[in-house]
Design a protein around this ligand. Sequence first.
Ligand code: FES
Ligand SMILES: [Fe+2]
Length: 466
Amino acid sequence: MNSISKREFTELTQDDVGDPGVFQRLLAQETVPVPEFLKPSHPGFSDVDMPIWRYTSREFHRLEAEKMWSKVWQFVGRTDQIPNAGDNIVYDIVDQSVVVIRGDDGVIRGFHNSCLHRGRALRTASGSTAVLKCPYHGFTWDVCGKFKSLPSAWDFCHLKEQDLSLPQVRVDTWAGFVFINFDADAAPLLDYLDVLPEHFKAYFFDRAYIQAHVQRKIPCNWKVAQEAFMESMHTRATHPQIMTFTGCLDSQYDMYGDNLSRSITPMGIVGPHLTGVSEKVVLRDILQESGRMASSDAGKYTLPDGMTARKYIGELNREIFGAAAGADLGQATLAELEDAILYSVFPNTQIWAGFGSNIVYRVIPDGDNHESCLFDVLILGRHAEGTECPPAARVNRLADDAPFSSAAEIGALGAVFDQDMRNLPYMMKGLKASHKGAVSLATYQESRIRHHHVTLDKYLGLDEVR
Ligand code: FES
Ligand SMILES: [Fe+2]
């Protein structure tokens, strides 16, 4: 196993660009206390090639369904999507389906989406309902899963009422994120999330709500889409317009246990590929092109002489994010106000840390099709303490060929996702056409992808990627 040492990075030759030490040096310039958890946490990994069947074969997909999706905590939605009794989310994963529904006692439960009569799916889409009534013959349950009625009771004397409660899957929540788990013996969600709740506790996620939610089908294996967001190394080739304000190759990559990894890409600094970019250009471009700052109105702000764009945008975010959350962010680091601090929760959910513009990505297989997936992007805002949570934005399900830039609610991020989408179908094409039969990962910058596959192997009983 190759271990990653800092020394390897400080000895970069003149021709090399990128320095994973940049973020720590930026932290050293902060004028407020810096949280300990922003330090590097990297166990090191091997650089063995990964077999392509992991992305392309039906056999691997079935293994995932049988041994992984049946065991892991899975993000199904946010509590603000189901604020009232009867509000529900239908969550489909491979060939399983679950109705996650709020009861009239306020408790969120998950029920196998299958009628106890002859098995029809009870709900076909998320929404709100007074009862869970099967559309086929009308077997009915209340929103807590308690049996209510069936047609022709005289003909079902063999069914005992105590056997007619809807079978449940486990549901748990953290910071408004609702998770399910099919495995009755799984460790509790909070254990599964490892250090995530600790790292996120300052960010007011309990007062988060969905500002925007866009979903689209992508013709690739779910891991191919997920991995498009696990490294910043593709910026130069795929997103050249963000290089003026993105320290892409200067990112720090961290891992915690089996289920969590993180990348931190410094923002508001000139990318390592470029020289001679003025601070004014950095400010203009980050406002216009990042899609994540508190304002995108580049014409409204002028950089005072002598101030860096990183400082200016951090202070702007401090003011606007603080006002939105009704909180004093005076002690927030610039890093937590503007940098791209992205955590992934195994297997398929990624959540941006920090005090504002938190994006959530989720990728799930498109039913039982291992060559297609559904990609969800949520943007979370905050409401002030004591104020009512604004209604969650409804999901904007784009047509299969619609660009993300047609979703105005995600601003400049749409164009960035469209650039990512231009790679993904061709990843599948190329993986299937591969003569090499394996993919090769960068040892450090793609270590989150390695980490993801190492954990996947633990579930599948394989040992291919360590
Ligand atoms: S299958 Fe549901 S009521 Fe008959
Ligand atoms: Fe990208």
